[in-house]
Design a protein around this ligand. Sequence first.
Ligand code: DON
Length: 577
Amino acid sequence: MFILNTFSKFSFFLLLVAISAAQTFSKEDPLYSGKARFHPVVAKNAMVASENSYATNAGLQVLKEGGNAVDAAVTIGFTLAVTFPRAGNLGGGGFMLVYLAEKDEVISIDYREKAPLQASRDMFLDQEGNVDKEKSQNSILSAGVPGTVAGLTLALEKYGTISLERALQPAIKLAQNGFPVDHELSKSLGQAKKRMEKSPASMEIFYKENGAPYEEGELLTQEDLAWSLKQISKNGSKAFYNGAISKKIDSFMKQNGGLIRSHDLKNYKAVTRKPVEGSYRGYEIYSMPPPSSGGVHLIQMLNILEQFPLSSFGHNTAKTIHIFAETMKHAYADRSKHLGDPDFSPIPISGLISKKYAESIKERINMKRATPSNEILPGDPGAQEGINTTHFSVMDGEGNAVSNTYTLNFSYGSKITVPGTGILLNNEMDDFSAKPGSPNAYGLVGGKLNAIAPDKRMLSSMSPTIVMKDGRPFLVTGSPGGSRIITTVLQIIVNVIDFNMNISEATNAVRVHHQWLPDVLNVETGLSEDTINILREMGYKVEIGSTIGVAESIIKKGDYLYGASDPRRPGGLTAGY
Ligand code: DON
């Protein structure tokens, strides 16, 4: 009897071990099946994924001290402005998506730049009526009224727990004491030098006396930026919008033919908006509403893709890429007509993200051949309603999540630094449609709804996204990449959900992109020649070129967090504890 009892206890124990091992190292999970070629960072409590190690570490420290995901995100946002100046910023704008576990609510914060009051529809047209790209992309006129400081301080006030002083601490320290430049920063400063030369303040900060960029290992200190950060630390966002910093921006603009004035800064408000919501194969998708086109078209594309058995078509097969490309073409055609600032014109959001509209698009996809873009026109989604970028993701131990994408537009924005502030100005005005049908820097065309108007927000593609499973954050993701942002986020989601990839595999996988116009299918290196040949036979103009997107993502599965920084841009760091 005793032996039997001990035996059955032992076998029960073995059974328990087997069950828990099966849960942790399930055969279903590519991570532990010996099939994954790429492995994510794993942590138990909290995690940060960003494109910069200083920022990730600063955010992680806040989490370790008991701060929540918003505290960490705001700290990261300010730190990136110092250590990742090509996209991190005080002089730009962006979008933040926040999941609040306690309220079980997703909120989006819109801190996109706005056109100054003196802006006008044709301000970038030359005498022949053509877009003067130098003006829209590289001049002082290319700068919109910055939103970053308003957005980050709003997030902290409403949803954070730490003081603004604490959130700014690492940024101030890194700006004041300097930090050793890494290979990537040195290289990108070298590339930007020609355009920076028009701004003495930029040259003084980012280049040595002999004009050479700081080299790897050399210390970059930013005293003026430290001054600006300290002003914000002391006086809050008022310092930027109605105080010492705004005075400097106003007088610099006046002296140099710029349009931004004190009243533009004073009137600027970051706003909270209801995220766009959709579903995909049993997951709930939350993403950024207009003035970003990202969320609307992400959900629209997922609705179309949901109608195809992608997992049986296979990852990155010609058949799957064909369905991707056709789907993308329809979405970007709609973007050109239907999207803009919702405070200026009604945007047909509910129509665009309806399953019914997606079904009508599916009917138009020919499984055998590429539809030439000139045969695709922006559709009629029905219902009208009432009216160099960087992404980081954070998840904390309480179940809160933040997905944030913000930008100066190009690397180092307009390349113009406001003297005395260390603040690089964005060149976001180029995201407006300067002339109907005329492509912007990302080849995107637009019409009336995205025409320049005073006080209007320019249309964006930034798509900070939170995917939920059973009402809890499952995947937090986003990317830079201009027009390629939306298709990058799309492929991260599909790789995880349809192709059962872990987040590192999903991030590393070769990406494709089509944006309707130009009628070109962009593919990254690494796609098989056989697949490319089939796609060409189907009628695609395939271009193998530069990388597509830089995703920074975190997944929560069971008791663990799994994260990955995109290897397409070195210098990123995902870390947790
Ligand atoms: O808001 C937008 O869509 C663009 N200004 C984003 C620019 C961008 O992602 C550049 N980064 N690689």
